[in-house]
Design a protein around this ligand. Structure first.
Ligand code: HEM
Length: 474
């Protein structure tokens, strides 16, 4: 469907409430059904018309659901009108939780341009290529410490490797302190889309109350970390760059301004890559013919050597596998934008404060570009070259992901290092449900076993809501 000419649909009252609840329960399936029923532009408004505007945030803010490359382009190109939201849940005025939600994703204008420029050098392609040897060594050390015969949680294996890449290569080297902080940030993020985060009751037993207290503890740890980096200029350490470089007005940033930025940077640097690695490995486990083909490519081209970035970067099937996995299960499946003023979208008036959901998950399965979009088929990448808005995995426009090269390389090195050593097998009782917080994660442990790589790939029948998103061969 050509979304630029979409007829907008406006749902109010009980219909808006019903779709709003569906969205809160399962945002991917809800937006998919909504798209199939009403088309690519749906506005949910006045769900509870008797509630005065401004009283209960969750019910009186219009929610606009969009899907398709034209919306991605229109909204992402204009961040002054359509501002991004924090990766963290936020909190009451003057709280640590509120202070922590002021990272790059919410900045606009000169300040945003200033920090993008500051963080660009260590993340550009040439800098990431220069990290190739170190990335390969970390992968060797981490994956080499796993043992055939052992079992564990797939998400946990991915976390260990991706966290090491981020902390050791982008945040100043191995550090227990940075790991502990990253764990806390990750836990705070889990609250972002839970119901409790929207109900602002700050009591010891409420979700909102827990967010407030966890954020206070995290802020104390962050302040210690920031102090340890003061005066330690290191152009390859993103946190040290923020701590020791002037803010946009030329003065050194105060501790609290830094604390506002670091959590989202920590989250951005490893959460999405962790999601990408987890679901790529899951797709390989469930698609034996793809895993076999990829292993052949790795053995042919690497000849038993450990996978360096140079070598892994030049493997066409590995590239296709990773891109296809991020297409079918995008690490950031939905992006949120908030209208900063009354605006229009495809000719439809959208009031100030409206939240627009940009659906990358659906955009990356539009049938014109991706026939059989629910099928995991890496070969499709040999004949398509979608734009950043048609494959919005790293987003587009001024807020597009600056970690593209690092993230993509990290996932490729990790997949190559794991597959050349181990065959991962999904446990027969595994159930895979998912959650979007705001990165895509498994809802529960994904139990797997590690076998020495013998090429004997075979899929275990998979259960769970993941089956609503992917058409598995078995
Ligand atoms: C596979 C890995 C990755 C994926 C799929 C990914 C995806 C994304 C997406 C979709 C956005 C836009 C979010 C939005 O506007 O709502 C984003 C933003 C961002 N990403 Fe990544 N990312 C990855 C890895 C990384 C890495 C390794 C870093 C390293 C620092 C990073 C840093 C950032 C930052 C700082 C932003 C905010 C940019 C801004 O607002 O100007 N990402 N990422």
């Amino acid at each position: 469907m050509d979304d630029a000419t979409a007829t907008p649909v406006r749902l109010t009252g009980p219909a808006a409430l019903r779709w709003g609840f569906r969205f809160a329960r399962d945002p991917l399936m809800a937006t998919r059904r909504c798209f199939e029923t009403f088309g690519p532009l749906v506005m949910l408004a006045e769900a509870l018309p008797f509630i005065r505007p401004g009283r209960v945030a969750i019910f009186d803010v219009p929610l606009v659901l969009t899907a398709g490359a034209a919306f991605q382009r229109e909204l992402l190109a204009d961040p002054e009108t359509w501002r991004g939201v924090s990766l963290l849940p936020g909190g009451p005025r003057n709280s640590a939780a509120r202070r922590m939600s002021l990272g790059l994703t919410r900045m606009t204008g000169q300040r945003h341009a200033h920090y993008r420029k500051l963080l660009a050098p260590p993340l550009r392609k040439a800098s990431v290529e220069a990290l190739g040897q170190s990335m390969a060594k970390i992968a060797e050390a981490e994956v080499g410490s796993w043992r055939p015969g052992e079992g564990g949680d797939l998400w946990d294996y991915s976390r260990r490797l991706m966290r090491r890449f981020a902390v050791e290569l982008l945040l100043g080297g191995p550090s227990e302190q940075a790991n502990a902080i990253a764990d806390k940030v990750s836990r705070l993020m889990e609250h972002k889309w839970g119901w409790g985060a929207f109900v602002p009751i700050n009591l010891p037993f409420t979700r909102y109350g827990r967010i407030v207290r966890d954020a206070e503890q995290l802020e104390r740890q962050l302040l210690q970390w920031v102090r340890s980096k003061r005066g330690q200029a290191d152009g390859r350490d993103l946190a040290a760059l923020i701590v020791n470089s002037p803010d946009v007005d030329g003065s050194l940033p105060v501790d609290m301004a830094i604390v506002g930025q670091l959590p989202s940077l920590l989250a951005a640097s490893s959460e999405a890559s962790q999601s990408a690695l987890t679901f790529t490995l899951l797709m390989l486990m469930q698609h034996p013919h793809v895993a076999r083909h990829l292993l052949d490519e790795l053995r042919d081209k690497l000849g038993g050597a450990s996978p360096s970035l140079d070598a892994a970067g030049a493997l066409p099937y590995l590239d296709a596998v990773v891109k296809e996995s991020m297409r079918i299960l995008p690490p950031v499946p939905l992006q949120i934008r908030v209208a900063q003023s009354d605006a229009t979208l495809a000719g439809q008036g959208v009031p100030r404060g409206s939240r627009v959901i940009l659906n990358g998950f659906l955009t990356a399965r539009m049938p014109e570009m991706y026939p059989d979009g629910d099928v995991f088929r890496p070969e499709r990448w040999f004949t398509i070259t979608p734009s950043t808005f048609e494959w919005p995995v790293f987003s587009g426009g001024p807020h597009s992901c600056p970690g593209y090269w690092f993230g993509l390389s990290a996932v490729k090195i990790a997949v190559a290092a794991i597959l050349t050593r181990y065959r991962m097998v999904l446990a027969s009782d595994a159930r895979v449900d998912y959650q979007v917080q705001p990165t895509m994660r498994p809802l529960q442990r994904v139990p797997i076993a590690l076998r020495r790589q013998d090429g004997a790939f075979a899929a275990t029948p998979i259960r769970g809501r993941i089956r609503n998103l992917v058409r598995f061969p078995q």
